[in-house]
Ligand binder design. Sequence first.
Ligand code: 2AM
Ligand code: CA
Length: 268
Amino acid sequence: MAASALLNIMIRAAHKAGRSLTRDFGEVENLQVSRKGPADFVSNADRKAEEIVHDELLKARPTYSFLMEESGEIKGTDGQHRWIIDPLDGTTNFLHSIPLFACAIALERNGEVIASVIYNPIMDETFTAEKGRGAWLNERKRLRVGGRRKLSECVGATGINSRNTAGTTREIRQLAHILPSLAGIRRTGSASTDLAWLAAGRFDLYWEAELAPWDIAPGLVLVREAGGFVSDFSGKADNIQDGEVVAGNEAIHHAILKRLKAVRDRTH
Ligand code: 2AM
Ligand code: CA
């Protein structure tokens, strides 16, 4: 299906930022050996990518609002539309020369995410979705979430934060409860990649907490348009504010939600 004018704008912005990220990623490898490491260089790459996305989107739609990981909120005169941008999702991977990161953009209309693009420039994979128009890989392949119904056959993804002891302990408890039911677990370090890969049927389930709106919003419409279910840990849909995501096909989403609730009830 041909992308709408809006989605084309988003794809163009993500690809332009992706080219900049790819160039900088090549440099990062050379900086690994320095004692200080490439941290400053990477923050700079991150900011540069955000500026590119911001400038492209602003040029195309001068009145829309922005919510960006690096620059925060910028209010536009249009009260209906807001771009939500994570210019480099998977910063730690990028910093360590691990080629697993994405430039992610979502568009909100009246508080609902209606379109998104998640672009991995190294794999050259562009995941796109628009409400009511399906989820796509590289604009050619229609995406559908996996059909597995037995947890024992499922490969899941999750993230464990290393910032906060209370949150980390809770996340390890969830992992300990869920992992033995699965065929395996993977940890990519990029929430938008996890959700895009779930939409593509590569992962059967995903959960994570303590995320930011820009980690969740781009994957939300993608998973839903691929026939999947996404909610927070209480089962509420369309919540990009509270940092929690659980996703899968209907049966698997339900099963993981039940397990997450069991862990919460046991630890209260
Ligand atoms: P980032 O790479 O843009 O920082 C990994 O588990 C996921 O958590 C990534 O999508 C990562 O996004 C995100 N993440 C890392 N630090 C975070 C923070 N302080 N707040 C919210 N999300 C974070
Ligand atoms: Ca992020």
